[in-house]
Write a protein that binds this ligand. Sequence first.
Ligand code: NAP
Length: 247
Amino acid sequence: MSDTILVTGGSRGIGAATCVAAADAGYSVLVGYTSDADAAAAVVDRCRSLCVDAAAFRGDVSDEESVREMFAAAEALGNLRVLVNNAGILHQQMRFDEMSVDRWRSVFDVNVIGAFLCAREAARRMSTAHGGAGGSIVNVSSTAAYLGSPQEYVDYAASKAAIDTMTIGLGRELAGEGVRVNAVRPGVVRTDIHASGGEPGRAERVGAGVPIGRPGEPGEVAEAILWLASDAASYVTATTLDCSGGR
Ligand code: NAP
């Protein structure tokens, strides 16, 4: 039975590219998503066309019961070896002093509590202290964690800084228990997420000023995620990898 990878937010953008690259590497793939069933089904089809087992799971990463069910669905595919904590949201660009508490709660619920819930479920299943066979967690952070996203989404940036800190702490906690925990910090990548902030063309605008001269593609981030997940990164844990064109 092949190893299974669970990718939250696997239906679009960076998550979808990660699912397809993982299928190409031979993993069975669980595609997590929350609303766009057609997009998730298309990713499942692409994975199956690469001759691996794949399934989609609809649920909200910020809901504890939903996360438990998602992990059960992943385990039904086979030996769960990798969690990619990729699902993330941001809201309309605005100044910090205009933001509502509801907005902050929504961003932290998905980006922080959601990632924590998934990482906890993974630790309970993968850690040798729990009788697991080991594994790897890759968190998808952002360069926003150190840039702060002024005038845009300071709340989103702060949620990603929390992910960086969780990566260090959980990585060290699980290092002797067969589980590596790392994060990738993408810079500006061409996906739909920028439309959620009210600027669909943001990747092109910001990308022009990136040292490498362009925005990133989802597949370029997927490669970094899969390397961290793989045994090729066997001595890498509790750290973050910037995949940002030098930004
Ligand atoms: P995207 O294209 O907007 O896709 C987001 C994915 O997350 C979708 O599959 C969506 O599912 C899923 N999702 C959203 N809320 C969810 C929830 N509550 N529960 C479960 N799934 C949920 O985003 P992306 O740009 O690929 O971003 C992926 C990750 O990279 C995020 O963590 C983001 O913060 C990070 N990142 C992105 C960039 C960038 O420039 N794109 C830069 C730095 C970091 P549905 O389609 O079903 O809604």
